[in-house]
Every structure is written in structure tokens, then in C-alpha cells.
Design a binder for this molecule. Sequence first.
Ligand code: FE
Length: 230
Amino acid sequence: MDERLTRRGTLLRLGGLAGAVLAGGAWKARETEDAAGAGPAGVASGAVSCVLAPEQTEGPYYVAGERVRRNITEGRPGSPLSLHLTVVDASTCRPIKGAAVDIWHCDAGGVYSGFGRGSGRAFLRGVQRTNAKGVATFQTIYPGWYPGRTVHIHVKVHVGGNVVHTGQLYFRDAQTDAVYRKQPYRKRPRRTTRNASDAIFRNGGKRSLLSVRRRQGGGHIAAITMGVLR
Ligand code: FE
């Protein structure tokens, strides 16, 4: 299915509401999101507000029909990374249960499965369904880098068979620098591109920065909430 057509259909269907949310720009999620006034009226009045995740290109390495699995590492070496991706309805801030979250990223050496040196493999790709709290969890490794791009994880969110979001998730540069000081990342040359000099990051990427904290036993836990329109 053509992703752009699907997206356009979604926006057209939502009409004025989508316009209002988009015009709001980087809305801040509020602690009062469950207070009275949920739904479009609540959004319009300001009682409810969410961050609408910025749309960013899927790039050339998407493969449809990935496997449903939590652990996508397939033994690729790297710093362990637990990903907690929450999907909410941007018009109500309520979690969306049963959304299919599809992620893919390159390995520590900058290689994507399914292409070039990764041909015939499916590492670092997978799909998870969101639970009742809207959370999809993955077990993976901290991504490597490839020339011309800052460090990123690709994501697509499907609801009811439609693609409702295509984006990219990012890390703070200082975080990446710290991880890349260790093997297997450190055996590669210095990366070419940091967040500020990445043409795709510059177009809304700040709103797709993962919150990262250390994980007990090594590695990190990274989390983000993605507001989508369905
Ligand atoms: Fe990429």
C-alpha cells in the first residue's frame, strides 16, 4: 500500500482536527491528560494536548512483513538497548492498544539486514503490538552509524491495517559518544554526521529524541511517546 496515500487519507478524514493539532506544533503533554474534556473538544480547549510525532522519511531500507518478535538482535554485537515505545492518539492523548509498531535499524557496523552485507538476513528488524497501556517493547542493541546520517532507529506504526505514522527516533549526541567509546563501536572511524548536521533530524527530529537511562546489568533503556492520528 502506498504510504503517502494512506497518510493523506488519514489527514483528509480528520480534516479540521488534524489541522488544529498540526498547527499546535510541539505541544507539551500535560499531567492533566486524563482530566475531564478529553476528545476533540478537550484538545480545542487546551484541556488535552499531546505531541504529534513528526513524520520523517522511511528511507531506502524498509522491508515490509517483518517478524513479530520482541528480541530483534539475532546475536548482533552491541550495547544492549531496551526500547519502550508508547503510541497515543494525538487527539485525545489516550493510549492505542493493539497498534503494530515496526522498527528497523543498522547494526554496530552500520549495516542493515536485507541489503548489501546484510542480504538474506533479518537482524534488527521486528514488529510488536502495543499493550493496553499503548506500549510496545523491543530488545535490541544501540544502533551504529552509516555515512551521511546521524544515529537513528526507523519506526512505522500501523493501526487497523493503515500506516498512521512513519518516523525516526534519535539519541542525544553525548549519549552516542559515550556508547561509541566502547567496543564494538569504537573500532569504526569517527561518525560523519551528528544530530545538528543531519538534514532529516533538522526537520523535526528534536521531537523524536529518545529518553535514555542506564539499565541494570548493562546497556540502556530508551523510551518515547508517539502521538499519532488515526
Ligand atoms: Fe536509516
